[in-house]
Write a protein that binds this ligand. Structure first.
Ligand SMILES: Nc1ncnc2c1ncn2[C@@H]1O[C@H](COP(=O)(O)OP(=O)(O)OP(=O)(O)O)[C@@H](O)[C@H]1O
Ligand SMILES: Cc1ncc(C[n+]2csc(CCO)c2C)c(N)n1
Length: 257
């Protein structure tokens, strides 16, 4: 089975040049309070999208993260390339401001069956070549905490686009999928993440999951919702390995520095 490597190096000020896998990052900003490290994610990303009301957050809150700078300087520096959604949350003044700077606005108000995050992931999927697709990692800022229907909708996007690398982020933790098609190596960045972590089967029970590097490792164990899931686990080594017959969600805490 093919190996898939994961690392949260995007939370470091500079990504080590020899870092593997070498990925291209895209950032999607949602309509939730911006995580404090959003400027760092922005710097690492080559493409920046706002999901509908996410544009209000960039406009209103990016300047608050740079209290000593002129807000208009900050706003022109953090200009999204795309705003996409059903346009029921983004304010007219914000839309006008970014449209004037050249941001592409994609109005999908006719589609009331998919979320704004879903629409943004489709944009990235459809405008990325097949070669780039395997190299792209989508960071989603503001995806967790707040309204539970939104949170679970965001997690559902991980499952609907299970062949893409998508990482949901809040100030406190991150979540991504470990598809059952691969075995996984997770390279922990101890300066910025851990030690709390969890592994949760999603979609169907797991008959067999095996891990190394955790305080409570699983050895060919069954996991299911309503049965055993691994929460409040602790990373013990800098490399965690996971192999499962079911898709799993991996979550790890982000350190407050
Ligand atoms: N409280 C929240 N928790 C998690 N994600 C959120 C939250 N609020 C918004 N989002 C995310 O940001 C995206 C854009 O938010 P926005 O408020 O524009 O959505 P919306 O379509 O207006 O939702 P609704 O009509 O249900 O309020 C959503 O699709 C969702 O992914
Ligand atoms: C069964 C079902 N439940 C809820 C919605 C509503 N909905 C889901 S995504 C979305 C867009 C949010 O920007 C809206 C309004 C639906 N269409 N179908």
């Amino acid at each position: 089975m093919e190996l898939m490597s994961h690392s949260s190096a995007f939370l470091l000020p500079t990504i080590p040049p020899d870092h593997r896998p070498s990925l291209t990052y895209a950032l999607v900003v949602l309509n939730q309070r911006l995580p404090r490290f959003t400027p760092l994610l922005w710097k690492h990303a080559h493409l920046h999208l706002c999901a509908d009301g996410g544009a209000n957050r960039v406009y209103d809150e990016m300047p608050l993260l740079f209290p000593h700078e002129d807000p208009s300087d900050v706003r022109s520096r953090y200009k999204p390339e795309v705003i996409k959604g059903d346009m029921d949350s983004v304010r007219e003044d914000v839309l006008g401001f970014y449209a004037n700077l050249g941001t592409e606005v994609v109005d999908e108000s006719q589609d009331q069956d998919t979320t704004d995050l879903h629409k943004c992931i489709e944009y990235i999927r459809d405008f990325t070549s097949d070669i780039d697709k395997s190299n792209i990692c989508i960071l989603v800022a503001g995806a967790l905490g707040g309204r539970f229907d939104h949170e679970i909708g965001n997690i559902n996007v991980l499952c609907r686009f299970s062949s893409m690398r998508i990482i949901l982020l809040s100030d406190d933790c991150l979540i991504h999928l470990l598809p059952r098609t691969h075995c996984h190596e997770i390279h922990i960045q101890p300066s910025v993440e851990g030690p709390h972590c969890g592994l949760v089967p999603i979609g169907m029970p797991s008959k067999s999951t095996t891990t190394t590097g955790l305080q409570w490792d699983l050895d060919n164990m069954e996991m299911s919702f309503g049965g055993l899931i691994s929460t409040s686990n602790i990373v013990k080594e800098e490399k965690i390995t996971v192999r499962s017959d079911s898709d799993l969600l991996w979550t790890i805490s982000i350190k407050k520095q």
